[in-house]
Design a protein around this ligand. Sequence first.
Ligand SMILES: C[S@@+](CC[C@H](N)C(=O)[O-])C[C@H]1O[C@@H](n2cnc3c(N)ncnc32)[C@H](O)[C@@H]1O
Length: 309
Amino acid sequence: MPLVPGGAARGPRQRVCYAAHRGRYAAAARADRPAVAVTTRRTVAGMHVEGGQKYRLAFPRAKGEDLDQDEAYFLLSEAGEQTRIRFHDYREIYRRQGLYEHLFYDRLKCSSPMKVAKILESAVSQSDTHFTELRVLDLGAGNGIMGEELSKVGVSRLIGIDIIPEAEHAMYRDRPRVYDDYYTVDLTAMSAEVREDITSWSLNTLCVVAALGFGDIPAQAFIEGVNLIDTPGWIAFNIKETFLDRRDTTGFSKALRELILSEYIDVYHMERYRHRLSIDGEPLFYFAISGRKKADIPPGFLDSIGAST
Ligand SMILES: C[S@@+](CC[C@H](N)C(=O)[O-])C[C@H]1O[C@@H](n2cnc3c(N)ncnc32)[C@H](O)[C@@H]1O
């Protein structure tokens, strides 16, 4: 039985809290109080000031070329102590309000949410659909930066998903009015109840920004995301350029390459761009890709291409 009567008719801010922590964060978001983060942000000579928090961070002295992107780290000075935090230790980063923005946006000049929103607009503009009709699933949503970007352009519904509760907590703390609902869930181990609840939003668009590869969202979770949206639907994501290189023989790369060229997705727009800088100031190039979902991806897809992970 659907958790929300009416399914697709479900409107914004109707929340179904089946886990205690979701109820707590949702209640905080519903409370009529001003958003804290975005309005109080400024940067002063290497120090980020956001919501009253100050951060002083440094990158390691040695060149970091031999570190994989997910192994890169920075040194955070707090109360006279220096802590080493990996870029992919999102739990530690989200716990500190404004640190994610300072690290990736102020220092490393990340441009991906804006770029992916733009190429989604580019794809949708090639059809009769209006951008405002989009009902978006933001997978790997973190503390809501992509959601904020999409809400500036205006979409009909916006649902966030992330795998760690710290992301949901940070989103309700930093951008409480951006999403209609937010789920902390592993899409590869989703209960029937959660699947039904997400499906009741009648989502028609999947966005995945800065969250594919490097031990983040695996191919199977991406496929689950594609299958959670309607057919036809819209898809927009970014991926490091090396993942599309045939010399990368990992199951993840193979799966992404095959999917892009498959009968399940029509690519409308693909663009190489600078995602952000590395800690050594080198540009990191990604592809932003948008297109149309043509059909659900069948359960045996990864096995059929020899890419099960
Ligand atoms: C670099 S952050 C990107 C956040 C946001 N999309 C942005 O552009 O600011 C990557 C996010 O992906 C999430 N993530 C990693 N693996 C995931 C998975 N299997 N399912 C859902 N989210 C995942 C992480 O928790 C993290 O919040």
